[in-house]
Ligand binder design. Structure first.
Ligand code: PLP
Length: 374
C-alpha cells in the first residue's frame, strides 16, 4: 500500500526531540520554531509530560465517555484556573476542526438559527461546517458548500453591523490572531464590536483559539486582549503538546442536554493526562510570561531589519512579511541554518515555537536571519 499523497514534505526524517530541538536520523540538530504547526507548547518530550503519560498508560489508556472520568474533571478545574474562565463548561474532542464543528453546531442548537459569520482569510479546519467557514475554495468540496456561511472583510465594523441587519445570525467565528491567513491580529475594538452585536442579537461569539490560544499570545486566549469574553472558545494544537486532543469551553449561559454533543475518543484517559501535564508545566514554568517576554524581544529585534516589510503578531505567534526577492529565506533557514519555521502564502515566515523558547534560541534564529536577509 502507498500513502495517499496529499502533503508536500521536506526530505528529513526526525527521530529524536528535546524541548526546542529536534534531530534527524543522521544526528543533525535542528532548532524548531514551528512545533509542527504550533502544536509543541511546553517543549518536545518534556520530562513531566513523558512521565505523566507513561504513568497513565501503565494504569489505563482509554475508556469511553460512558463512565465517570475524574481526570476530565481535574482537567476542567485546572483549565478554568489557568485560563481564568472558571465558570465555563468543558467538552473534549480530538482536533481543532472538530472543536470548531462542535462550537458552530452548539451555537445553532442554542439559538435555533443558521447563519455563521466568518472572515476573509480565515482557517477553521477541514470538516464540513468548519471548512465551509474557511476562506479557501480549494479545500471546500462541492458537498461542503453552503449558503449558511457569510464571509466579511477582516476588521470591517460597518460590514459586520450590516450583516447583522441582513441575516438571522447564529454565530460569529473569529481567530484572535489569524494563523494560516498570515498572522493578523484581530483589533480589540473589532472583538468588542462582535461581543456587543452578539449580545444584542442573541448570537454566539466563537473564539477560534486552536492556533492562537493556550498561552501562545502571552495571554491564555489571544481574544482576552480585548477585555471581553467569547461564548465559546475552541482549542486544540498546544493543548496536548502533540497528543491529539481538542476541546471547547462553553459559557454558563449555554445549557447542555444529553446527546447534544458526543465523541468516542474525546477526553480519554491518555489525552487528559497529556493535557493536564501541559497545563501543569505552563503554570509551574510560567510559560505564558515567557511567551510574552521572548516574543516581545523577537518582534522588537525583527522590526529593526529594514528588509522586512512588516512584523505582526503577539507573544510567540509571529509573522515576518518579506518582499518577493527574499522569498528564499525560509528555505535557507532550514537548509543552511537547520531552523524550522512555518509559512503563510505568499511571503510570510511564521514563527510558532514552544512557549518555553529561550532567549538564546531566539538569538540563534536572529543571527541566521541576519545572514540570510543581508
Ligand atoms: C485557527 C485554526 N482553527 C482550526 C484548525 C484546524 O485544526 P486541526 O488541524 O487540528 O483540525 C487550525 C489548523 O491549522 C487552525 O489554525
Amino acid at each position: 500500500m502507498k500513502l495517499f499523497d496529499v502533503y508536500p514534505v521536506n526530505n528529513i526524517v526526525i527521530d529524536k526531540a528535546l524541548y526546542s530541538n529536534v534531530w534527524d536520523d543522521q544526528g543533525t540538530e535542528y532548532l524548531d520554531l514551528y512545533g509542527g504547526h504550533a502544536v509543541i507548547s511546553i517543549g518536545h518530550t518534556h520530562p513531566h509530560y513523558v512521565k505523566r503519560l507513561t504513568d497513565q498508560l501503565h494504569k489505563i489508556g482509554f475508556y469511553s465517555n460512558s463512565i465517570k472520568m475524574p481526570l476530565q474533571e481535574q482537567l476542567a478545574a485546572l483549565l478554568g484556573k489557568v485560563s481564568g474562565k472558571e465558570d465555563y463548561q468543558l467538552f473534549l474532542c480530538n482536533s481543532g476542526a472538530e472543536a470548531n464543528e462542535n462550537a458552530l453546531k452548539l451555537a445553532s442548537f442554542h439559538n435555533g438559527k443558521k447563519k455563521v459569520i466568518a472572515f476573509r482569510k480565515a482557517f477553521h479546519g477541514r470538516t464540513s461546517l468548519a471548512v465551509a467557514a474557511t476562506d479557501n475554495p480549494k479545500i471546500v468540496a462541492p458537498v461542503n458548500e453552503t449558503d449558511n456561511v457569510v464571509f466579511l472583510p477582516w476588521l470591517d465594523e460597518a460590514a459586520l453591523e450590516q450583516a447583522f441587519k441582513d441575516h438571522e445570525v447564529s454565530s460569529v467565528i473569529i481567530e484572535g490572531i489569524q494563523g494560516v491567513g498570515g498572522i493578523r491580529v484581530a483589533s480589540e475594538s473589532f472583538l468588542q464590536k462582535i461581543r456587543s452585536l452578539c449580545d444584542a442579537n442573541n448570537a454566539v461569539f466563537i473564539a477560534d483559539s486552536v492556533q492562537c490560544g493556550y498561552g501562545r499570545s502571552g495571554k491564555f486566549f489571544s481574544h482576552d486582549y480585548a477585555g471581553v469574553n467569547a461564548d465559546i472558545y475552541t482549542m486544540a494544537k498546544g493543548m496536548g503538546n502533540g497528543f491529539p486532543i481538542g476541546g471547547i469551553i462553553i459559557s454558563p449561559k449555554i445549557a447542555p442536554s444529553y446527546g447534544m454533543l458526543g465523541t468516542t475518543f474525546g477526553g480519554n484517559h491518555l489525552a487528559c493526562a497529556a493535557a493536564l501535564a501541559v497545563l501543569e508545566v505552563i503554570e509551574s514554568e510560567k510559560l505564558m510570561q515567557n511567551a510574552a517576554t521572548v516574543g516581545e524581544y523577537l518582534m522588537s529585534e525583527l522590526k529593526k531589519f529594514e528588509q522586512v516589510l512588516e512584523v505582526r503578531g503577539r507573544g510567540l505567534m509571529i509573522g515576518i512579511e518579506l518582499p518577493e526577492e527574499l522569498a528564499h529565506v525560509r528555505k535557507n533557514l532550514l537548509g543552511t541554518h537547520k531552523i524550522f519555521t512555518g509559512e503563510a502564502k505568499p511571503n510570510v515566515i511564521r514563527l510558532l515555537p514552544s512557549l518555553a523558547l529561550t532567549q538564546a534560541h531566539a538569538d540563534q534564529f536572529l543571527e541566521a536571519f541576519r545572514k540570510e536577509v543581508k
